[in-house]
Design a protein around this ligand. Structure first.
Ligand SMILES: *Cc1c(COP(=O)(O)O)cnc(C)c1O
Length: 430
């Protein structure tokens, strides 16, 4: 493949944008090549600046569950744009999307829209601290909750891939109120939450970890977390920025039937436009300004284009059979992928929950951050480059999720399996 147009663009970008990118993982450093610049996309297909074509498994890191440039979303956004793009005043669409969210997610009684997942988690933690009058945030190693100061402790893919432990610029004074513990480890969790010295306001968790690659919760983990937080009066926050509307219409909380106190959303609810949201029990949400004293605001929050894209996306997801078909397709694909691994003799662990999955290049089961770290990232890097050259666009890091979208055709998946088999064989030649 010829990448010369992308290379030229990258050189230009690097002069005026740090690293040439507006989010670090995009620079592709951990896979040892330069990023391709995307020119356009439709359905399951991306075209780069050189005109190369790819089957997309990144899905803009999650949002594009119905595929790119879906005609119903394009129409909704175009119509909204023609009526004005921002007013800084309430609009009817905010009520429409809020109603859809409240109806879909069993634990949400009230919801506030923001502009990104980062804003959602940052605001949810502020609210949990305001509600409890306590300080400490418990998170889990390898879980990512956006780039706000309090979360940059063992924070998964982006930070991890760059080999930065946390981040300079984040004061010790802030990080000392964040305690990060192993995912899926019930006994450490219980010991930590019962620690009398810690002044714990909240626990924030990805109910299915997606930012150290896909790591599902082990049976009992979320149940025990809910039980302990309820007993101890600690606010439980589910960061459903990836899982919200991904597994089914009700999020991981419906999927596992465990209700958090607060939920953070993003990605899919914006249908590819910048959106986040946090919501939960009215009793807690009523503390948000102007009803309560916990301040949080946003010039573009509830933006009409973003609301239109979100509403149009959720309407597609509501169609009968949407998730059944998507999840069945993911199931077949995962089965065949395991077959490819077996035939080629590649040591690979496939973790999957419905349409989110990660193939870790390791023999060991991956159940938490430490075990994810056993994956062979050099091998992944080579696999990534081989797949890219074969027209398959994977995440440029071992510690990310491959998303199946409704737009991917049987042909797309067939092609992906063939390329994977070729790539695995090539990796094993050496
Ligand atoms: C992507 C992500 C975020 C951050 O969302 P942004 O829109 O990138 O700020 C937070 N939590 C999880 C679980 C995510 O995957």
């Amino acid at each position: 493949m010829d990448f010369s147009a992308s290379s030229k663009l990258f050189e230009l970008a690097k002069k005026i944008i740090p690293g040439g990118v507006n989010s670090p993982v995009r620079a592709c450093r951990s896979v040892g090549c330069d990023p391709v610049f995307i020119a356009r996309a439709s359905g399951s297909t991306l075209w780069d600046a050189d005109g190369n074509e790819y089957v997309d498994f990144v899905s803009s890191w999650g949002p594009m569950i119905v595929g790119h440039a879906h005609p119903e979303i394009v129409a909704a956004v175009s119509l909204a744009a023609a009526s004005g793009t921002s007013f800084g005043a309430p609009t009817p669409k905010e009520i429409d999307l809020a109603s859809m969210v409240v109806e879909a997610l069993p634990s949400i009684e009230k919801v506030r829209f923001v502009n990104s997942g980062t804003e959602a988690t940052m605001s949810a933690v502020r609210l949990a601290r305001g509600y409890t009058g306590r300080k400490v945030v418990i998170k889990f190693d390898g879980c990512y909750h956006g780039h706000a100061d309090s979360f940059l402790v063992k924070a998964g893919s982006g930070v991890l891939t760059l080999g930065i432990p946390g981040s300079p610029g984040v004061p010790e004074d802030i990080v000392k109120h964040t305690v990060s513990i192993p995912y899926n480890d019930v006994s450490v969790m219980e010991r930590t939450l019962r620690d009398k010295v810690l002044d714990i306001a909240c626990v924030i968790v990805e109910p299915i970890a997606g930012n150290m690659g896909c790591v599902p919760p082990q049976p009992g983990f979320l149940e025990k977390l809910r039980e302990l937080t309820s007993e101890l009066g600690i606010v439980l926050i589910f960061d459903e920025v990836i899982t919200g509307f991904r597994l089914g219409y009700g999020g991981a909380q419906h999927y596992y039937n465990i209700l958090p106190d607060l939920t953070c959303l993003g990605k899919i609810i914006g249908g590819g436009l910048p959106v986040g949201a946090y919501g939960g029990k009215a009793e807690i949400m009523n503390l948000v300004a102007p009803d309560g004293p916990v301040y949080q605001a946003g010039t573009l929050s509830g933006n009409p284009l973003a609301m239109a894209a979100g509403i149009a996306t959720l309407k597609i997801l509501q169609k009968p059979g949407f998730y059944e078909q998507l999840n069945a397709k993911a199931d077949r694909f995962a089965d065949e992928l395991r077959g490819v691994a077996k035939r080629t003799g590649m040591d690979v662990r496939l973790n999957r929950v419905e349409s989110m999955m990660t193939s870790f290049f390791t023999k060991e089961p991956v159940t938490h951050f430490e075990s994810a770290m056993h994956a062979d990232t050099k091998r992944y890097a080579q696999h990534y480059r081989q797949m890219l050259n074969g027209g398959i666009y994977l995440a440029p890091s071992q510690f990310e999720v491959a998303f199946i979208s409704a737009a991917q055709s049987d042909d797309d998946l067939e092609k992906t399996l063939k390329m994977t088999e070729w790539s695995f064989k090539k990796l094993l030649e050496k």
